[in-house]
Design a protein around this ligand. Sequence first.
Ligand SMILES: [Ca+2]
Ligand SMILES: [Ca+2]
Ligand SMILES: [Ca+2]
Length: 195
Amino acid sequence: MCRLPLHTLTWTVIGLGACAFDAGGLPGAPGAPDGGPAADAARADAPTVPSAPGYEQVSGTDVRYRPVLAPATLEAAAADCDDDVAGAHLVVVDDAAENGVVRRFADARVAGDRIWLGITDAAIEGVWRTVDGAAVDYVHWKDGEPNDGGDDGDGEDCAVMLGVHDPGPDRGRWNDVACDEPHPYVCEWHPPASP
Ligand SMILES: [Ca+2]
Ligand SMILES: [Ca+2]
Ligand SMILES: [Ca+2]
């Protein structure tokens, strides 16, 4: 059965996505109440809510994140998130509030490490877009970044959010890095709105 994770965060993780869905009594779910024929008909008309194992909902929002500790290249990380459930993607930070939420989530779930961001300037140098090709409206670069640096002459076309092992003022800020570096990551998913 569902067990809520222990935590000491200032914001609250209310549980794994799959647990939240089970608690709603989906058809066929263990423990779903038997409401008779009328209830069966109502359930048949209800939209199918996709499950998304491993995702945790941030209290007060509809967004869910899934942490992945195993380092991967940007391409592999993005593909892994895309495979989760329709609409899931490598985390894209849309504003300062989400930047803070994602950094705290990574502190708690990804050992405070640097994490991939779902953006790239591989198509046009200096023009950052999401890995799905959408415009990027918010950035939070460290001073001097993005610099398209690197030692091998190939430039830096992907980006990480800096973590607890980086100098204090830089924590939560961004740096462009080579896309084939291995980093942990966070997947993001917004469940479909209920009718
Ligand atoms: Ca986002
Ligand atoms: Ca670049
Ligand atoms: Ca850089």
